[in-house]
Design a protein around this ligand. Structure first.
Ligand code: GUN
Length: 288
């Protein structure tokens, strides 16, 4: 069997198109233009790339993009003061503080200072609680993108066995909540899980989000399963240079799975598309 490739790049382009159409309508009928503020502290190269890409795509769908680049040694008080200003700025509908933050800043404190209604990452403790109790919330972008691709490919997820490998607050935990919300039987696996290969072999849906290059081999995958690869890892090529790989070993998994997301071009593009969709949602909720 050879897996169907789930084309996240094409899917994300469709989501962005829908967002852009909705933004144009909001603008025409209500004079509204959604605004997304992105805060970057320090000069982490990967974060700089993400932030640039977010800003560009925000403008492309017709929203305002506000980028705040702060020095790596910015004090917590100054960062909190900026967030307070953004919370109170009616032109700003969504606020994203790029993670990770420099070590001297308390990430939980910073995230929880964002107005939950503008928390387009869905990381604020009140959004985490709302999602966990099945209430209307802002949903973290990467898991939301994964869920959209799963629903698109499989239709109903009800009753399926899902394994999420990784228990991060950004991906693993919210992913498991979303799958549970769609009536999957969910297992969260992690570094201490016993018999991980056997746990993964039972799954109709595998979401790999551990940040370890090519960790999941094809012989862990149940034939026909749907594999969603959240990992983006840079590895050395044997003949020099580097390339991006996911958390699953693509070739061996694609030989067994029913469908699989590639890296790059799978989950990655969906994350930013969902950020834009969340900003639109926040704008609509804020304006009744
Ligand atoms: N760093 C890596 N992924 C994310 C994300 O989804 N949101 C934010 N704010 N920072 C990140």
């Amino acid at each position: 069997m050879s897996a169907q490739i789930i084309d996240g790049k094409a899917f994300a382009a469709r989501v962005r198109e829908q967002v852009a159409e909705h933004v144009a309508r909001l603008n025409r009928d209500h004079g509204l233009k959604p605004g997304l503020a992105v805060v970057l502290v320090g000069e982490d190269p990967a974060s700089q790339v993400y932030v640039r890409s977010k800003g560009k795509q925000t403008v492309e769908v017709g929203m305002n993009s506000y980028e705040h680049k702060l020095d790596a040694d910015t004090s917590e008080a100054d960062l909190l003061a900026l967030i307070d200003r953004l919370n109170n700025d009616p032109a700003v509908n969504g606020i994203l503080v790029q993670l990770p933050l420099p070590k001297h800043l308390n990430e939980d404190l910073v995230i929880n200072s964002i107005d939950p209604a503008k928390d387009v990452d869905g990381f604020h403790i009140s959004n985490v609680g709302l999602l966990g109790t099945g209430q209307k919330s802002m949903v973290p972008c990467t898991p939301l993108g994964c869920l959209m691709m799963l629903r698109d490919h499989l239709g109903s997820l009800s009753g399926l066995d899902a394994v999420v490998i990784g228990r991060s607050n950004i991906v693993g935990k919210p992913m498991s909540q979303l799958l549970l919300g769609d009536s999957c039987t969910v297992t969260i696996a992690h570094s201490r899980t016993k018999d991980l290969p056997d746990v993964v072999r039972r799954a109709d849906i595998v979401v790999a989000a551990v940040g370890r290059p090519q960790m999941v081999p094809g012989d862990w995958i149940k034939p026909g399963a749907t594999v969603i690869d959240v990992g983006i890892n840079r590895i050395d090529k044997p003949d020099g240079g580097t390339r991006l790989v996911g958390d699953v070993d693509y070739d061996s998994c694609a030989a067994v799975a029913g469908a699989i997301t590639p890296v790059p071009g799978g989950v990655g593009p969906m994350t930013i598309a969902c950020l834009l969709a969340n900003t639109l949602t926040a704008t609509c909720r804020a304006n009744g």
